[in-house]
Design a protein around this ligand. Structure first.
Ligand SMILES: Nc1ncnc2c1ncn2[C@@H]1O[C@H](COP(=O)(O)OP(=O)(O)OP(=O)(O)O)[C@@H](O)[C@H]1O
Ligand SMILES: [Mg+2]
Length: 481
């Protein structure tokens, strides 16, 4: 899209020559004669840039600038000063004008000021968008009491310098908690440095944490700073701390005790000011009992304990998370945001999510890409989850149930006890399909349509679930046709 530029100058000659030059450069140009007209133009159009004469009849350039900024604070304004008005131009720049150019106008100077201001505006917009994206990405979403409490604890713990130990299953959001603490802490201007202790090979972890000097081991072709030093003034996030060997634990303990580190192969130790936040999905007390984790390190790290609950213990967060991720992925893939049929949402809420929020996030990503309609249906979940069918019991399905049971009277959703997810899902599907089938007065085609599945698939499914006997199914096929 061509960028649109506004020119405000009382001299017809200047308006004409500026308009000419900028149009030739491919910009869309509007030119007005007075400050009042300029303000009006900014009110009713979107500009990427304004060129403003500081000396104007009526309201002057400074007043015009102030009013324009009030309307569109992000619009860069390049002021044009005539001779004798340089001071005013300087004042304008102090008030936030992007740049100034002097009369007589030089072609080069005009184009340079215009392209610089436009480029800067674009960069600022990009930075703002990226910041918003990062913040959005690291936002802790949820409305359960557990999440509210979590946010309270984060807010409370953040401003202190206390070490934090975050525990919780895989994918519960431990890293988000760590980032949240950093962001709300007095160190938020400093770095947030993450080390995944499980991902780094044993022989490299020391150098990774404490750095090394050139030649200290084979392959150390140059000196390198360790993560402790890189995190100086900020926060060091030691992830998967339960996977550190006893030897490394001893070194980390020393670093914490002395706030000092010794690079591998180096003589001089380095002072560091680092807040350590650690996380693990292991039960460190068990590890201590087994002798694989040092008790003294545990006490050092565990000043403020934070436990993140698994998703299945805070199911009320699921719908909100689904919406949050839907919005995020719809934007990422340039798709419409899908709605969820209430039954589909109920099914998602009933699932146990062993991989917690990460698993839910992946599921929603797949749905954004794969689900066919504008509304995600139970059938979309079924198809996408077919790999889970592997855990279906080999035994024959339960005897045909003609009576759809309580489901017909409103449909209880999965909350009873089942031996496996497969059985729970099957029970849900049986009730759900039976209810829809009944609502469609037993018409197979209409039921299939309501469920968003192929008629042939529904037929097979209902037979497998024991909702129709094969023979009666054959009749109904004819009746439908
Ligand atoms: N409450 C939440 N709101 C929004 N997104 C979340 C929430 N919890 C987790 N996530 C997202 O789920 C994913 C997993 O979160 P995170 O990496 O923080 O978990 P973790 O506990 O560190 O997992 P692991 O133990 O596997 O390292 C991330 O993409 C994260 O953004
Ligand atoms: Mg993690």
């Amino acid at each position: 899209m061509r960028e649109r530029i506004l020119i405000v100058d009382d001299e017809a000659g200047v308006r004409a020559s500026l308009s000419g030059i900028l149009s030739d450069e491919g910009y869309r140009v509007d030119a007005v004669e007075t400050g009042e007209a300029g303000v009006k133009a900014v009110e009713s159009n979107r500009y990427e840039l304004a060129l403003l004469d500081v000396w104007l009849p009526g309201i002057d350039g400074i007043e015009t600038l102030t009013r324009i900024q009030a309307i569109d604070p992000d619009l860069p304004v390049v002021v044009i000063s005539g001779h004798g008005t340089v001071e005013t131009a300087v004042k304008a720049v102090r008030l936030g004008a992007a740049d100034f150019i002097e009369k007589p106008l030089s072609l080069e100077r005009i184009l340079l000021a215009v392209s610089n201001s436009l480029r800067r505006r674009k960069l600022e917009q990009e930075v703002r968008a990226l910041k918003a994206e990062v913040e959005h990405k690291h936002q802790i979403v949820g409305e359960s009491e557990a999440v509210k409490e979590l946010l309270r604890v984060i807010a409370q713990a953040a401003p202190s310098n206390g070490r934090v130990l975050i525990t919780g299953e895989n994918g519960t959001g431990k890293e988000l908690v760590a980032r949240g603490i950093h962001q709300q802490s007095l160190r938020s201007g400093g770095p947030f440095v993450e080390v995944n202790c499980a991902a780094i090979p044993e022989e490299l972890i020391e150098s990774e944490l404490f750095g090394h000097t050139k030649g200290s081991f084979t392959g150390a072709t140059a000196s390198r700073k360790g993560k402790f030093e890189i995190a100086d003034g900020g926060t060091l996030f030691l992830d998967e701390i339960g996977d550190m060997t006893l030897k490394t634990q001893a070194k980390v303990l020393r670093a914490l005790q002395e706030q000092k580190i010794e690079p591998v192969g180096g003589a001089a130790s380095v002072n560091v000011d680092v807040r350590v936040i650690a996380a693990t999905n292991k039960n460190l007390e068990d590890e201590i009992r087994k002798g694989t984790f040092r008790e003294d390190l545990y006490f050092r790290l565990n000043v403020i304990p934070i436990h993140v609950l698994p998703l299945r213990e805070r199911r009320s967060d699921i719908p909100l998370l689904v919406k949050h991720f839907s919005r995020e992925y719809a934007a990422e893939y340039g798709k419409h945001i899908k709605d969820y049929a209430s039954e589909a949402m109920e099914m998602l809420s009933a699932h146990d999510w062993p991989g917690n929020v990460r698993e839910l996030r992946n599921m929603v990503e797949r749905l954004v890409i794969m689900a066919k309609g504008d509304v995600v249906q139970v059938s979309d979940l079924g198809v996408l989850r077919s790999p889970l069918a592997a855990d279906q019991p080999a035994s024959a399905p339960p005897a045909p149930t003609r009576d759809p049971g309580p489901a017909a009277a409103g449909g209880a959703v999965l909350n009873g006890d089942f031996e496996s997810l497969a059985l729970a899902r099957e029970d849900f599907e049986r009730r759900y399909i039976a209810r829809k089938h009944e609502a469609c007065h037993g018409n197979m085609s209409r039921t299939a349509e309501a469920l968003g599945v192929e008629r042939s698939y529904l037929y097979k499914k209902m037979k497998a679930l024991g909702l129709i006997a094969p023979k009666r199914g054959a009749e109904s096929t004819e009746a439908d046709a």
